[in-house]
Design a protein around this ligand. Sequence first.
Ligand code: BEZ
Ligand code: FE
Length: 309
Amino acid sequence: MTSEGGINPAREEALTAEVVRAFASADPRLKEILSSLVTHLHAFIREVRLTPQEWRAGIDFLAEAGRITDDRRQEFILLSDVLGASMQTVNVNAPSDPATTESTVLGPFFAEDSPLADNGEDIARGAPGSPCWVEVEVRSESGEPIPGARVEVWGAGDDGLYDVQRSGEEMANRAHFFTSSQGGVRFWGILPSAYPIPVDGPVGKLLAAAGRSEMRPAHLHFLITAEGHSPLVTHIFVSGDRYLATDAVFGVRASLVAEFEEHGADEEGPDGRTVAKPWYSMQHVFVLANKPEQKPARSAGADANLGDC
Ligand code: BEZ
Ligand code: FE
């Protein structure tokens, strides 16, 4: 084997093989994952010819992420998000049928214990922003409406904050519904606004160093679960948002961008309500993939087997 300018391919390849062999007796899935991880990690180090200083900077970055992480703040998931690893995990696990609604990241602001709301209710509960009338329908792949599906919805106010980020506040602009006999859910919420992901930690420094935007385009989150169907974790994005092409977490899918129609202050809402200020409306149909086998029912988040992507 040749050796040029500090590059000794035989020595480097032998080390990779040795480390892969060290995991040979792990259980088959662990072995598969670790062998691939080691192979790709070594290939990366060799490709960029990582210096000791750069290796140390990487270690310090991860240590800083660990220090800022606690029960409420998960910097490693944020890192996964901005590297596109969360969205790629969503991609490899999402149903492949193009007729079904596309999935995207869950994000850190889902809460297991959202209030139950009735169809037609105002779920804003004081969250700041313009009123928005939302009508969604949940259907199966065959086009049949799915009655009794659980629809979790949550969104930020126009201050860019979720209720769980405003300490001591009640849940606002967040609820769960069950679809009507026609598979529908309708409610008053808040027009979504673009907002920044948390940038006061190492991930923020990384984005700044790379000249990347920390903004997420305006969106409303949905988690839909129904018996006999795969859970759907998705967003609806606001058409025309300036950050659609530069989402910090790569969560945008063109099929998830919807029109939010503007209405005048004096125009009556679909439920006969007048809100005395300009308001918006959005309609969307969600199509759930069939799930061949049923697992025993658990809570919405756990049943969805979501992890935190
Ligand atoms: C969110 O949409 O809520 C979100 C997703 C990933 C990182 C930060 C926020
Ligand atoms: Fe969000």
